[in-house]
Design a protein around this ligand. Structure first.
Ligand code: PBG
Length: 325
C-alpha cells in the first residue's frame, strides 16, 4: 500500500493517536542515578561543569538518594572522592571509606533502593590512572587484586551491585571469584564492558577529581573507531560472570548499543555521560535548545537503540517529567 492509499500523517493527527502508536516508552524504572560522595560532613557542593549535579558527604547523600527513590528511580550508582589519594589508591577499599559509608547511610535510610558502586582506582590514585603503575604503564594483573578487594569492601558495606569501570582485562572474573569466596554470591556485577576512551568524560573528571596526572587512558579504554571489538569485550565479560553489560558513552555509540542488544540476551545498560549532560545544559543556558525536549529526545534515543537501563544525571528531571505527563 503506497500513497495515496497509505498516508502516514493519518496516525499523527492528535496526541492520543500518537500515544497509541508510540513504539518506545521511557519509564523511571530504567534510570540509574549517579551520585558523587566526598569525605566530610554536611556537604552539598555544586559541580560547575555539571549544573544540577552536586558532591555530597555520606551524611547528606541519603537524602538525595531518597528523593530519587521517591520519584520512582530504582537505583543509584556511587562514585567516591577520598580524603587522601596515594600511589595504590588504598582508600578505595577502606572499610570506612567514603563510598562504604555512603552505602551504609543509603541502605539505612532507603533499604529498598538498589545501591550500585563504581569500582575503579582513578579517583583514589595520586596519578589518576585506573590501575596501579609499573613505571609509567598501568599494570593489569597487579590491579586485578585491588579491584576485587574494593568490590568485596563495597559488598560488605551492603552494596547490591558493583560496577567495574577500570577496563583492565580479566577484572570481571577476578571480582566474581573474590565476591563468591567472601560469601557474596548474590552481589551482582554490572560491567562497563564497552567503555570507550572518550573526551565526553571531561566534566566527570572535574566532578570526581580523577583526571590522569600524565598521559591518557588509551592503553586501557577502547579505541572509539572499533565496533566489533566491543562485541568481543562483552563476550569476555559475560564469560567471566557479568550480570549486566554496559556501553559507554551512549550518544556517539548508539550503533554499538544496537549491535550489543541484537547479539546478546543480557540486560544492556548505557551511560549517558557527563559531557552529554553538560552540552545540553550549556546550550539550554544560552537559550539555544529547549532543555526538557532535548533531554527526553536523547533518553528516548538511547532506549530505542536498545538500552534497557540508562545511567543518567537527568534521572530525577526526567522522572519528574514522566510522572507529570
Ligand atoms: C572512572 C569513570 C569515569 C566515568 C565513569 N567512571 C571516567 C573516566 O573513565 O575517565 C565517566 C562518567 C561520565 O563522564 O559521566 N573510571
Amino acid at each position: 500500500m503506497w500513497f495515496p492509499q497509505y498516508r502516514p500523517r493519518r496516525l499523527r493527527q492528535s496526541e492520543n493517536l500518537r500515544r497509541m502508536i508510540r513504539e518506545t516508552r521511557l519509564s523511571p524504572d530504567m534510570f540509574i542515578y549517579p551520585l558523587f560522595v566526598r569525605a566530610g560532613r554536611g556537604i552539598r557542593q555544586a559541580v560547575p561543569s555539571m549544573p544540577g549535579v552536586f558532591q555530597f558527604s555520606p551524611d547528606t547523600v541519603a537524602d538525595e538518594a531518597r528523593e530519587a527513590g521517591d520519584l520512582g528511580i530504582p537505583a543509584v550508582i556511587l562514585f567516591g572522592l577520598p580524603q587522601r589519594k596515594d600511589e595504590r589508591g588504598s582508600e578505595a577499599y577502606a572499610s570506612h571509606g567514603v563510598v562504604q559509608e555512603a552505602v551504609r547511610a543509603i541502605k539505612d535510610r532507603c533499604p529498598d533502593l538498589v545501591v550500585i558502586t563504581d569500582v575503579c582506582l582513578c579517583e583514589y590514585t595520586s596519578h589518576g590512572h585506573c590501575g596501579v603503575l609499573r613505571g609509567r604503564e598501568v599494570d593489569n594483573d597487579a590491579t586485578l587484586e585491588i579491584l576485587a578487594r574494593i568490590a568485596v569492601s563495597h559488598a560488605q558495606a551492603g552494596a547490591d551491585m558493583v560496577a567495574p569501570s577500570d577496563m583492565m582485562d580479566g577484572r570481571i572474573g577476578a571480582i566474581r571469584q573474590k565476591l563468591d569466596e567472601g560469601g557474596f554470591t548474590h552481589t551482582a556485577i554490572m560491567a562497563y564492558s564497552a567503555k570507550y576512551c572518550s573526551a565526553f568524560y571531561g566534566p566527570f573528571r572535574e566532578a570526581a577529581e580523577s583526571a590522569p596526572q600524565f598521559g591518557d587512558r588509551r592503553s586501557y579504554q577502547m579505541d572509539p573507531p572499533n565496533a566489533r571489538e566491543a562485541l568481543r569485550e562483552i563476550q569476555l565479560d559475560l564469560h567471566e560472570g557479568a550480570d549486566i553489560i554496559m556501553v559507554k558513552p551512549a550518544l556517539a555509540y548508539l550503533d554499538i548499543i544496537r549491535r550489543v542488544r541484537d547479539e546478546f540476551d543480557w540486560p544492556v545498560a548505557a551511560y549517558n555521560v557527563s559531557g552529554e549532560y553538560a552540552m545540553i545544559k550549556a546550550a539550554a543556558a544560552n537559550g539555544w535548545l529547549d532543555e526538557q525536549r532535548v533531554m527526553m529526545e536523547v533518553l528516548t534515543a538511547i532506549h530505542r537503540a536498545g538500552a534497557d537501563l540508562i545511567i543518567t544525571y537527568f534521572a530525577k528531571d526526567a522522572a519528574r517529567l514522566l510522572s507529570s505527563s
